[in-house]
Design a protein. Structure first.
Length: 146
């Protein structure tokens, strides 16, 4: 019988579990959606809703040397961008896709935004393509990967 592909590394699994994640975790996104709609005019898309339903509210404080980059702390909390719709307008334009805020990283120096196809971008002044999926973005943040 063929083994199913692993979702992410053992290290990522351990760090996310320590932060409160577990398989099948589901949290309501309605507070995020309402707050960001009212204060920033953001409209959530299915990719961001699915990601936030599983990972919303997680916070990882680990920092230091990683595999190919520094590990940075991060929070999966879109409310951190509630007043920053103009920043996300610029980031979305640079990314060539509408980005919905899903959190912040690097001592709140970088927003984490997700496109409707699931791609993840980091940035504050410029949007940088970071990962093709939310899972891969989490793994790269946890392990310190470019």
């Amino acid at each position: 019988m063929e083994e199913s592909p692993r979702r992410w590394s053992d290290q990522t699994d351990q760090v996310l579990r320590a932060a409160g994640w577990q398989p099948g975790r589901a949290v309501s996104t309605s507070q995020y959606e309402q707050l960001l709609s009212e204060r920033g005019g953001f409209t959530i898309h299915p990719a961001a809703r699915s990601f936030l339903a599983e990972f919303g509210g997680l916070e990882v404080q680990e920092r230091g040397p990683g595999i190919t980059a520094l590990k940075v702390d991060f929070q999966i909390n879109p409310a951190l961008a509630e007043w920053d719709d103009e920043i996300f307008d610029v980031l979305s334009e640079e990314a060539g896709a509408y980005l919905y805020p899903v959190g912040m990283a690097g001592r709140r120096n970088m927003y984490i935004g997700m496109a409707d196809d699931g791609r993840v971008f980091l940035g504050m002044d410029n949007a940088h393509g970071f990962a093709e999926t939310g899972d891969r973005a989490l793994e790269k943040l946890v392990e310190g990967l470019r």
